[in-house]
Design a protein. Structure first.
Length: 72
């Protein structure tokens, strides 16, 4: 009977240790995923800003050309 309780105690201890390691790995994975999402979001914002700036320049150039054509 003693051996059964000791075996169950060892299995329970290993299970707890195993779960703690899995939690630590999950936390590390969540942190790396958050960093990846943050960098992708930053790149997306930069791309959107540059595209908006290019569109603004294009619209301003077209408006200037249209003004010149109207003046003629």
């Amino acid at each position: 009977m003693k051996k059964v309780f000791l075996s169950l105690a060892i299995v329970a201890a290993l299970t707890v240790v195993s779960c703690k390691q899995a939690d630590a790995n999950a936390d590390a994975n969540a942190d790396s995923a958050a960093v990846a999402v943050d960098s992708v979001a930053t790149e997306a914002v930069e791309t959107i800003d540059s595209t908006a700036a290019a569109a603004t320049d294009s619209v301003q150039a077209t408006a200037t050309e249209a003004k010149e054509e109207v003046k003629k």
